[in-house]
Design a protein around this ligand. Structure first.
Ligand code: FAD
Ligand code: NAP
Length: 527
């Protein structure tokens, strides 16, 4: 399921292996994230040279990225180009949402049903449904009563939206809000930004790539990829060799300055201990604060924009182009929802506890029901008639982020329990899919019909993910990594935070040991 970065590669890889593959995609086009998130300013925050398929040198040599961080439009073009080049479209059923997947315990096959009424039987089901594919609409009283247009960043219209001369409100200041706000501010007559939690955002440093840079990257792609595959986050970055407090204040300042000048999310990995040691983190935070205060004219606005409730990097750090400069504009007003909560939305605008803001258009940059939201919307039923949503009632439980006990032959791509959104997700998807393809080949070679993690292996992996998270500063933030953005969602750190390459090594070792922690079901059991 899904025809984003994950599903497209899965289709290609499994077909190459001689499997019969059918992809269902809810959208009318490939692209996933990059089909839906068309808001102004949408672009990747992992460098495009790295945030692109690595499995085919032909692809990476033929495609040329124009900017350091490609725009949504360019990434979508790339995915369409890949789909055409690899002749993937004939195997994808578009405009079709899978609504259920039920296991037949007798045959260990899955019955998959779609919203178009189609029913198919499959031996394997691969959920490439995306960790950030179910937008979250806030439960604000009166939201539906607003008379003007309401846009969610994650389901932006395909036609141009022009805010020229309009009074616009943006609710939400995560990555999507922070990317779109500067551009909306340039168009709108008046922009109101409703901020609940201030976020850390580092200048992206986006710029066109020069022909020399492109030529160099193409000539050295193998090494660039090798560094990415052996890194903590899936890009060819290495942290400073020493811990934060091991170096002199001057060296520390220089390292932060250097990283800041390069731009982007990797600022939170300048030193190796920044996300595990509060003192180290505080050094980075202080540096950050001085940089941001220097941009903002009004110190009271700066106070509101600078986070004080979580260590830097413990929520997904944002990257921007002129975000903080935007608050120096006369047509932009920041409203802290913490200080003056939104009471309701009415026909003409937003009522907070102290004022009414008249608006012509409303933008919701309010994020996603991440990691589990999309899976929860599919009726997935495994052994004993157990529903995945019930199985995960206290938080997602997987082994290696790849499989779930009680759900044989159902695989997850970039799912909970994997590094997923903590890594470059293109390489992450490739890694998950390569592992799944090898597992299927292994089953067939040795005459097994199914693979399913044991409950002990799942328990052990969940405990390991929790323990790894506890060793970091991440649990100190109310982030979507913990499900904290969705009312009622269990508070569980949903990712494996031990590092991309460590995770890959563990997955490879499990396979090498004959799929340790998985039960392999002999073919004769299932007819
Ligand atoms: P998706 O791209 O989400 O694709 C999943 C597909 O499954 C969707 O097309 C959806 O329609 C389909 N689907 C879901 N449920 C069903 C169903 N029941 N039936 C049929 N189809 C279904 N990650 C990075 O590493 N670097 C970045 O710079 C980066 N930038 C991002 C920017 C934005 C705005 C967002 C929202 C995310 C970003 N991410 C980034 C994360 C991004 O989601 C992944 O990098 C990647 O695109 C996910 O690919 P995917 O194929 O796993 O999932
Ligand atoms: P997000 O990070 O979850 O941000 C949502 C914002 O909406 C937060 O500021 C949140 O406040 C606010 N919000 C939610 N409900 C609200 C309410 N009822 N009232 C007021 N404010 C409310 O979502 P996102 O910005 O879409 O980003 C999600 C993830 O997608 C990112 O973390 C990243 O992984 C990926 N992404 C990447 C890029 C990129 O640069 N490449 C761009 C966009 C998205 P609280 O913080 O208080 O909850």
């Amino acid at each position: 399921m899904g025809a984003g970065f994950g599903g497209l590669y899965a289709l290609h890889k499994f077909r190459e292996q001689g499997l019969t593959v059918r992809v269902f995609e809810a959208a009318p086009e490939v692209g996933g994230t990059w089909y839906f998130n068309r808001y102004p300013g949408a672009r990747c925050d992992v460098e495009s040279l790295d945030y692109s398929y690595s499995f085919s040198d032909e692809l990476q040599q033929e495609w040329t990225w124009t900017e350091k961080y490609a725009s949504q439009a360019e990434i979508l073009e790339y995915l369409k180009w890949v789909a055409d080049k690899l002749n993937l479209r004939p195997h994808i059923t578009f405009n079709t949402r899978v609504i259920s997947a039920h296991l037949d315990e007798g045959t260990l096959r899955w019955t998959v049903t779609t919203d178009t009424g189609e029913v198919v039987s499959a031996r394997f089901v691969v959920m490439a449904t995306g960790p950030l594919s179910t937008p979250l609409t806030p439960d604000i009283p009166g939201l539906d009563s607003f008379a003007g247009p309401t846009y969610h960043t994650a389901c932006w219209p395909h036609e141009d939206v022009d805010f020229t001369g309009k009074r616009v409100a943006v609710i939400g200041t995560g990555s999507s809000g922070i990317q779109s706000i500067p551009i909306i501010a340039e168009q709108a007559a008046q922009l109101y930004v409703f901020q609940r939690t201030p976020n850390y955002s580092v200048p992206a440093g986006n710029r066109p790539l020069t022909p020399e840079e492109i030529a160099h990257a193409k000539a050295t792609y193998a090494e660039r990829r090798r560094l990415s595959w052996t890194s903590g986050g899936g890009s060819p970055h290495r942290t400073h060799p020493k811990r934060t407090m091991e170096v002199s204040p001057e060296e520390r300042q220089e390292a932060f300055e250097k990283r800041w000048a390069l731009g982007g999310v990797l600022f939170s990995k300048t030193f190796p201990d920044q996300m595990t040691d509060l003192e180290a983190n505080e050094e980075a935070r202080r540096f950050y604060e001085s940089k941001i205060r220097a941009i903002i004219d009004d110190p009271e606005v700066a106070d509101l924009l600078i986070p004080d409730d979580h260590p830097i990097g413990t929520k997904r750090i944002c990257t921007d182009t002129n975000y903080f400069q935007t608050f120096n504009r006369p047509n932009v007003k920041l409203i802290s929802v913490r200080k003056t909560p939104i009471e309701r939305i009415d026909e003409t605008g937003i009522q907070t506890t102290d004022a009414h803001y008249d608006i012509d258009a409303l933008v919701l940059a309010t994020g996603f029901d991440a990691m589990t939201g999309t899976l929860a919307r599919i009726d997935i039923v495994g052994r004993g008639g157990r529903k995945l949503v019930d199985h995960w009632a206290n938080g997602p439980r997987t082994y290696l982020g790849l499989g779930v006990d009680g759900f044989p032959n159902l695989f997850l791509v970039s799912g909970p329990g994997a590094p997923a959104v903590l890594a470059n997700m293109v390489l992450h998807a490739e890694a998950n899919i390569n592992w799944i393809a090898e597992a299927i080949a292994y089953l067939d070679k040795l005459g097994y019909s199914a693979i399913e993690p044991t409950t002990e292996a799942v328990d052990g992996w969940v405990a390991e993910c929790n323990q790894r998270a506890e060793e970091t500063l991440f649990p100190r933030a109310n982030s979507w990594y913990l499900g904290a953005n969705v009312p009622g969602k269990p508070r569980v750190f949903m990712l494996y935070i031990g590092g991309f390459t460590t995770y890959l090594d563990i997955c490879a070792q499990v396979a090498l040991e004959g799929y340790r922690g998985f039960t392999l079901v002999p073919a004769r059991v299932a007819v």
